[in-house]
Design a protein. Structure first.
Length: 130
């Protein structure tokens, strides 16, 4: 699982095996550690919540979790679906752009960079970094 944070946007990309685990367990997570201190970490997670009707983001010290509704997960798990794209209101008229996507193979990267990715739907075109 990869995260990208840019401005007020959070993007999560998920590989094939991670999606399979997510569909079975209802949660996947990873952690980045900044120092050896146990509290100097950030865990990022993707969850499904049976009671959710839309995408939410839960933030607490040392963890951020994107929570999807079951209907979003069912739709996203289809082979033809790329991702879930939404704006999550965060108050004061502002919103957080949340993107959850399958991690597709990049067409101009090494085989190692494409490990555990989905077939690129744009095969035959140049890969755009981003």
């Amino acid at each position: 699982m990869k995260i990208r944070i840019q401005g007020n946007s959070l993007r999560i990309r998920v590989g094939r095996s991670e999606l399979a685990h997510f569909l079975h367990e209802g949660r996947i997570e990873d952690t980045i550690r900044f120092t050896p201190a146990p509290e100097a970490r950030l865990t990022y997670a993707l969850e499904v919540s049976p009671g959710a009707t839309q995408t939410r983001v839960r933030y607490s010290p040392q963890e951020v979790a994107v929570i999807l509704a079951p209907r979003q997960v069912v739709q996203w798990s289809l082979e033809t679906e790329v991702g879930v794209y939404t704006q999550v209101p965060i108050g004061a008229g502002a919103s957080l752009e949340v993107i959850v996507e399958k991690d597709f193979a990049c067409l101009d990267r090494s085989d190692e960079g494409n490990k555990d990715t989905f077939a690129n739907p744009l095969a035959g075109t140049d890969c755009q970094v981003g």
